[in-house]
Design a protein around this ligand. Structure first.
Ligand SMILES: O=C(O)CCC(=O)C(=O)O
Ligand SMILES: [Fe+2]
Length: 334
């Protein structure tokens, strides 16, 4: 298989002793309990900086919706290859070609579909089997987007920024990008050889990930060690992508992560990738050096589409971790 820098072989990984922070969204919403809310914001700031990701609970997305997503995605992956091809219909669309090829041909142990849930115009690449796939996923996307907005505001507040500092990049709402990926990782007896997904950072601002069973598979590079992240299906993992690192001027770092197939059990995950509209120029928040008031964040203004194009065309050839994000640095000389 293709060699991608550090950590190509998936050696056994210890489970984190104390995993990423779990943030209680209900506490963030509770304006009456000021102390409890402030405590949760502090936990959010600390946890998010430490791991580049965190978990959320009490997010208020009904179990019926989470269960519905699980059902339609499992149903899709149970189809035969021919049935999957037939189900996807206009699969060879512009949007689905690049990512969708993973479904049938990959050097990694993953079968996956990538769709765009928003913006809506001109997109008809949803699986037709099961017939309620699109409806169920869209319901979930609507709920998750509400939570995304709350999280972006809470993150700004947690960093002592003005509440809209991150969310304002997501205007106008109807032009926001929401990519959907459903990943199926088969069990792999030789799991110490082949990866499900290679080490990477997401291009998004935030990625919300569900996994349908808490069996392990996602690993994040933390303090130079690959560390398995564990979470149950009713919690959602919130991962920072490169756009968040740029937006926050490096105060929040995108995580470097990979997926390792498990030896005896298959795994399915379902992720929403949120990015501002492609033409939006992200202006990194200012990060002041306390002593001389200079900006020390190191990131510059960059258009979302331009950055993503750069990331997707360079990351597989990168030789160092997060090399592609250098493009958004003030002192980048290609
Ligand atoms: O399967 C997972 O948990 C993570 C998937 C992932 O990293 C991705 O699709 O970018
Ligand atoms: Fe990822």
């Amino acid at each position: 298989m293709e060699m991608i820098e550090r950590g190509c072989s998936a050696e056994a990984t210890p489970l984190a002793q104390d995993g990423p922070a779990t943030i209680d969204v209900a506490k963030l919403r509770d304006e009456l309990d000021k102390k409890g809310r402030a405590k949760e914001l502090t936990k959010l700031a600390t946890g998010a900086k430490e791991w580049g990701l965190f978990l959320i609970e009490n997010h208020d997305i009904p179990d019926s919706i989470l269960d519905g997503v699980q059902e339609v995605v499992k149903c899709f992956f149970r189809l035969s290859l021919d049935e999957k091809k037939a189900s996807l219909g206009s699969y060879m669309s512009k949007d689905n070609k690049e990512d969708g090829t993973n479904l049938f041909k990959t050097s990694y142990l993953v079968d996956r579909i990538a769709l765009k849930a928003a913006p809506e115009e001109g997109i008809d690449i949803w699986p037709r089997t099961p017939s309620n796939f699109r409806h169920v996923v869209k319901e979930f996307v609507d709920e998750a987007t509400r939570v995304r907005d709350e999280l972006l505001q809470a993150l700004a507040e947690a960093l002592s920024l003005e509440q809209q500092a991150f969310l304002r990049n997501f205007e106008p709402a109807k032009e926001n990008e929401v990519k959907v990926k459903a990943n199926y990782y088969p069990a792999s007896p030789s799991s110490n050889k082949v990866l499900g997904l290679p080490p990477h950072s997401d291009g998004s601002c935030l990625t919300l990930i569900m996994q349908f069973d808490d069996i392990g598979g996602l690993e994040v590079l933390k303090d130079e060690n690959w560390t398995m992240v564990s979470w149950p299906p009713n919690k959602i993992l919130v991962n920072f992508g490169d756009l968040m690192e740029i937006m926050s001027n490096g105060r929040l770092k995108s995580s470097w992560h990979r997926v390792v197939p498990q030896a005896n059990v298959e795994r399915i995950s379902f992720a929403l990738f949120y990015s501002p509209p492609s033409h939006t120029e992200i202006e990194p928040v200012t990060v002041r050096d306390e002593d001389n008031a200079a900006d020390v964040g190191g990131y510059k203004k960059v258009a979302v589409g331009e950055y993503l194009h750069h990331l997707y065309t360079t990351r597989s050839a990168a030789t160092t971790i997060k090399e592609s994000i250098m493009f958004a640095k003030l002192h980048f000389n290609p």
